[in-house]
Design a binder for this molecule. Structure first.
Ligand SMILES: Cc1cc2nc3c(=O)[nH]c(=O)nc-3n(C[C@H](O)[C@H](O)[C@H](O)COP(=O)(O)OP(=O)(O)OC[C@H]3O[C@@H](n4cnc5c(N)ncnc54)[C@H](O)[C@@H]3O)c2cc1C
Length: 434
C-alpha cells in the first residue's frame, strides 16, 4: 500500500503536540498545468527544502512538489534530536571504511549540525535549538564503550563536547533507576522539529523556490529533460531530486530497494509542572542504548515527549497513547499515573548499513534518504550536497554515494517481511539483554 496514505489523511498533519504548538501556514495551491524548470524536487521535508533553498540561492528555477503539506512527513513529527555522527559510532565507521573516509564522513556530520545550529540562531529561532543530547546505557560494558568512543573523538578529531557520566553521576541528569551511565554530547542538541521544517519552507520560498502542496508525483519519466507527472500537472525539468524518504512510493526501484520505511511513535504527556524536576536534572534530550531505542525529552511547556517503536508492522497500531502510557513507567516508574495528551506516529527511512542512501538514479536524477534515525541533521546536509552536485560539484555527493548502500534482499517487495523479522529479533535481544 502507498506509504503516503497508509496512516494519514490527505493533506492533514497528525494530531501532535508539535502541530498544537506551531503556526501552521495556509495551504499552498497544488500544481496545475505544465511548467518548465531547472530542478523539480519531490518531497518537502528537510531534505527537499534544504536542496530547494540552496539551489534557489544559486539562481536556479526550482519547484518542490509534496503530496500533502510542507513538513507533513517525518520532518514535522520526529523526536527533535540533532545528533552527532551516524547511527553507528565513529569507532565502527573507522573499522568499516578506513580512517580517511571515516574522517570525511565525520566532517560532513559535523557540518550538518553546524548548518542547523546556524539557521536556528539566525533565521529559525522559533525552533529553539537547545544543546545537550545523551546516549544512556544500561550496563557497565556499554558505558565503557561510550568512554572509548569519547576518547577516540577527542584523540582523532579534537572533539571536546562529549563526556561520560558514570553510575554515581547519571542520576543527577536523568532520574531513572535503570541507567548505568550516559554519554552527554553538548555539541548535539534538540529542536521543535515542525517549526524548523516550516521555517525551512519559508526560507526556500524567500530564496525563490515555488512549493506546491497536495501534489503527489505519480511518475518520473527519465530523460533529458525529465518529466514529472502529478494528477493535475506536469513538470519538465533538467534535474530531478527525489526527497520522499520513508514516504516515497515505489517511484524508482533502485531507491525503493535501498530505503525501507519504518514507523516510530511519540506520546506527549500532560504538562508535568514541578514534577519535571523528578525526571530531568538538565534540559537535555536522551536516547537509550536499546536496539529498539526509547527517546525522550521535555517540551518547552514541560511535557515529557517520549518516543519509541512499539509496533513492528507497517501500519500504525490502534491506541498509540495507551502503548506509550505503558512504556513510560518502564523508564520512569515515578510517572506511572501520568496522562498522555497527544500521541502520533511517523515514517522514517532506514538502510541495511544504517548510513544514508545517496544515489544517482540517472545522470540528472538524484536521491537521498535512509538516514536511519539521524535525519534531523543529516537530511539538511544531504539536500546541500545534492544542490552542489546539480551545480556541477559532485565531490561531496560522491563521498556519500560511494558508500554504495546495498539493496534489501529481494528488493522493495520483501522489505516489509524482512523488517518485521529484523525488528522482532532486535526487540527479543533487548528483552534478553544481549
Ligand atoms: C517519530 C519519528 C521520530 C524521529 N526522531 C528523530 C530524531 O530524534 N532525530 C533524528 O535525527 N531523526 C529522527 N527521525 C528521522 C527524521 O525525522 C527523518 O530522517 C527526516 O525528517 C527525513 O526528512 P526527509 O525530508 O528526508 O523526509 P520527510 O520529512 O519524511 O519528507 C518526505 C516528504 O515527501 C513527500 N512525498 C513522498 N513521496 C511523494 C510523492 N510521490 N509525491 C509528492 N510528495 C511525496 C511526503 O509527503 C513528505 O512530506 C524520526 C522520525 C520519526 C518518524
Amino acid at each position: 500500500m502507498n506509504p503516503l496514505y497508509r496512516n494519514d489523511r490527505p493533506g492533514a498533519f497528525p494530531d501532535s503536540w508539535y502541530v498544537a504548538s506551531a503556526d501552521i501556514p495556509a495551504e499552498r495551491p497544488p500544481l496545475k498545468g505544465d511548467v518548465t524548470v531547472d530542478v523539480c524536487i519531490v518531497g518537502a521535508g528537510y531534505t527537499g527544502l534544504s536542496a530547494a533553498r540552496h539551489l534557489a540561492r544559486k539562481g536556479l528555477d526550482v519547484v518542490v512538489l509534496d503530496a500533502h503539506r510542507a513538513g507533513f512527513g517525518a520532518s514535522g513529527r520526529n523526536g527533535g534530536q540533532v545528533c552527532s555522527e551516524y547511527d553507528y559510532p565513529q569507532t565502527t565507521l573507522i573499522k568499516k571504511y578506513g580512517a580517511g573516509p571515516a574522517r570525511l564522513l565525520w566532517d560532513l556530520a559535523e557540518e550538518a549540525k553546524a548548518d542547523l545550529r546556524d539557521l536556528c540562531a539566525s533565521h529559525i529561532t522559533e525552533a529553539r535549538y537547545t544543546p545537550g543530547v545523551m546516549h544512556s546505557t544500561y550496563t557497565a560494558q556499554e558505558t565503557a564503550e561510550d568512554q572509548a568512543e569519547v576518547d577516540l573523538l577527542s584523540r582523532e578529531y579534537g572533539y571536546d563536547q562529549a563526556r561520560v557520566y558514570g553510575p554515581d553521576e547519571i542520576g543527577s541528569l536523568v532520574k531513572s533507576p535503570h541507567f548505568h551511565g550516559g554519554l552527554l554530547d553538548m555539541g548535539a542538541g534538540h529542536i521543535h522539529p515542525l517549526r524548523y521544517v516550516l521555517g525551512l519552507a519559508r526560507l526556500a520560498e524567500e530564496a525563490g523556490a515555488r512549493i506546491f502542496e497536495r501534489s503527489e508525483v505519480h511518475r518520473v519519466d527519465k530523460g533529458n529533460p525529465a518529466i514529472v507527472a502529478t494528477n493535475k500537472g506536469r513538470v519538465t525539468a533538467r534535474f530531478v531530486i527525489l526527497a520522499g524518504n520513508g514516504y516515497l512510493p515505489n517511484l524508482d526501484r533502485k531507491v525503493a530497494a535501498r530505503v525501507m520505511p519504518l514507523n516510530s511513535f511519540i506520546g506527549a504527556t500532560e504538562p508535568l509542572g514541578a514534577r519535571a524536576d523528578e525526571v530531568f536534572g538538565q534540559d537535555i534530550a536522551v536516547h537509550d542504548s536499546k536496539w529498539v531505542a526509547n527517546y525522550f525529552r521535555l517540551s518547552e511547556d514541560k511535557r515529557l515527549l517520549f518516543g519509541g517503536r512499539p509496533s513492528y508492522s507497517l501500519g500504525f497500531p490502534e491506541g498509540i497513547a495507551a502503548l506509550m502510557q505503558k512504556r513510560i513507567p518502564k523508564i520512569f516508574p515515578q510517572l506511572q499515573d501520568v496522562k498522555i495528551d497527544y500521541a502520533w506516529g511517523g515514517t522514517l527511512g532506514v538502510t541495511i548499513p544504517r548510513m544514508p542512501a545517496v544515489i544517482r538514479v540517472a545522470p540528472n536524477i538524484l536521491s537521498a534518504g535512509g538516514y536511519s534515525g539521524h535525519g534531523v541533521a543529516l537530511s539538511g546536509l544531504a539536500g546541500k550536497v545534492m544542490a552542489e552536485a546539480v551545480a556541477g560539484q559532485a565531490g561531496r555527493f560522491d563521498t556519500f554515494a560511494d558508500l554504495n548502500v546495498p539493496g534489501f534482499p529481494g528488493g522493495a517487495a520483501f522489505r516489509a517481511p524482512i523488517l518485521r523479522l529484523a525488528m522482532t529479533w532486535y526487540s527479543l535481544r533487548d528483552r534478553l539483554g544481549v
